[in-house]
Write a protein that binds this ligand. Structure first.
Ligand code: ZN
Length: 365
C-alpha cells in the first residue's frame, strides 16, 4: 500500500517577516529572520526528493479549505479578523509573536485543505497513510484565536473532516515538543476525539498541559497529557509509547489516527530541550503505523507542526516518512552519532512522569 505526500511550494511563501527566535524584532532586538521560517520545512522536502523517496510516494494535491470546513472548528470572528488583517498586508495570529503577510490567509487555508486531502486519500483507499508537510503549523490555535505561530488548527480541522466522512472516532497524537493546547481546548468536552500530547513540561504555553488536564463533561478522560522533563530522550519517549499511547489507543479504538508531527523534540532544536534524534522519530512513526494497522485499517495521517533546526529536522522527517512507507533510502543521518551521545536512556524522574501519565489511560471511557 502506498504512502501519500502533501507538499505545496506556496506553504513556503507564508511570510513571517523579521524576528529573533520567537520574538518580534524591535527595541534592542536586531531584525533577523523569524524562527518559524521556511528553512527547516523546505530542507525536509528537499531531502525527501534528493533521497529518491519522493518518487516512490503518492503525491496528493492540496486545495484550500472552504469556509464551512473552517467553521467546524473556528469562530467566524477569528476567520474574519485574520482575513481582514491579511488584506492590509500584515497581521498577527493573536499573541504578537505570530506575524503573517498578505498571502498567509490563503496559505493557511491551503495548509488545512492539504491535510484534509490527505484524510480523504486515506479514507478512499488511494493510500494507506500520508504525511502532510504543511505550513503554517496549527496545534496552538484555538477556536477563537491563533498564537504560537499557528493561524488555524489544521489537525483539528482534519479531525472534523474525518468525522464528516464517517470516521467518527479520531485519535490525535501530538508529539510536537510544545503542548497541543489549541487542540486540547477544541476537543476538551468531546468524547469522540482522543487528544494525547507529549511535550516538554512547562515549555510552551507556560502553565499548559499538566498531567491533571484530562478533559471534562462528555469528554472526561479523552484528553491525555504527558509532560516530560527537559532532557528526555528516546528511552523516555519509548516508555510513553508503550505505557501511554499504545494502551490508550487500544482502549479508545479509533477509526483514524492523526499525528501532530512537530519535530522540535530533536536534540538540537533551538526552542526546546529534549533529545530525540532521527531514530527516535523512526521508532515512534513505526509504532504508530503498526498501531493504525492493528486498530483502524492502517489509516494514519501525519500533519507537520514545529521543528526549528534547519539541519536536523530534514533527517528526522525523512526517517518518519521512511517508517510509514516501509521504504528505506540510502541516506544516513550524519547528526545521529552526536545526539545519540547525549545519553538516551530513561532516567528515574522521567519514568515517574511517564507513570503519572499512564495512570490516566484508565480514565478513557
Ligand atoms: Zn512546537
Amino acid at each position: 500500500m502506498a504512502t501519500g505526500w502533501v507538499w505545496d511550494e506556496r506553504y513556503m511563501w507564508h511570510d513571517t517577516g523579521t524576528g529573533a527566535g520567537p520574538l518580534p524584532a524591535g527595541g534592542w532586538i536586531e531584525p533577523m529572520e523569524h524562527i518559524e521560517s521556511p528553512s527547516a520545512k523546505r530542507r525536509f522536502a528537499n531531502l525527501v526528493a534528493a533521497s529518491g523517496l519522493l518518487a516512490q510516494l503518492t503525491t496528493i494535491a492540496a486545495r484550500p479549505a472552504t469556509r464551512p470546513e473552517l467553521l467546524r472548528v473556528h469562530t467566524p470572528e477569528h476567520l474574519e479578523r485574520i482575513e481582514r488583517e491579511a488584506a492590509t498586508g500584515r497581521g498577527d495570529a493573536g499573541d504578537g509573536s505570530s506575524p503573517f503577510g498578505r498571502e498567509s490567509w490563503e496559505i493557511a487555508k491551503l495548509a488545512a485543505g492539504g491535510l484534509m486531502a490527505a484524510v480523504e486519500a486515506v479514507h478512499g483507499g488511494a493510500v494507506e497513510n500520508a504525511y502532510a508537510l504543511i505550513r503554517p503549523p496549527g496545534h496552538h490555535a484555538s477556536a477563537h484565536t491563533g498564537w504560537g505561530f499557528c493561524i488555524v488548527n489544521t489537525v483539528a480541522i482534519a479531525a472534523r473532516h474525518a468525522q464528516s466522512l464517517g470516521m467518527q472516532r479520531v485519535a490525535i497524537l501530538d508529539w510536537d515538543v510544545h503542548h497541543g493546547n489549541g487542540t486540547q481546548d477544541i476537543f476538551w468536552e468531546d468524547p469522540d476525539v482522543l487528544a494525547i500530547s507529549i511535550h516538554q513540561d512547562g515549555a510552551y504555553p507556560p502553565g499548559s498541559g499538566a498531567v491533571e488536564e484530562t478533559g471534562a463533561g462528555e469528554g472526561a478522560g479523552t484528553t491525555l497529557n504527558v509532560p516530560l522533563p527537559p532532557g528526555s530522550g528516546v528511552g523516555a519517549y519509548d516508555a510513553v509509547m508503550a505505557q501511554v499511547v499504545e494502551p490508550a489507543l487500544r482502549r479508545f479504538r479509533p477509526d483514524i489516527v492523526l499525528v501532530a508531527s512537530g519535530l522540535d523534540g530533536n536534540g538540537m532544536d533551538p526552542l526546546a530541550r529534549q533529545m530525540l534524534h532521527s531514530e527516535g522519530f523512526r521508532m515512534m512513526a513505526t509504532r504508530m503505523r503498526d498501531l493504525a494497522r492493528e486498530l483502524c485499517g492502517g489509516r494514519l495521517v501525519l500533519a507537520h507542526e514545529g521543528g526549528y533546526s534547519p539541519f536536523v529536522v530534514p533527517f528526522c522527517g525523512l526517517a518518519i516518512v521512511e517508517a510509514i512507507s516501509g521504504i528505506r533510502t540510502p541516506v544516513e543521518d550524519p547528526f545521529l552519532p552526536a545526539i545519540e551521545g547525549y545519553g538516551q536512556g530513561i532516567r528515574p524522574h522521567q519514568q515517574e512522569a511517564v507513570d503519572r501519565a499512564a495512570a490516566n489511560v484508565a480514565l478513557i471511557p
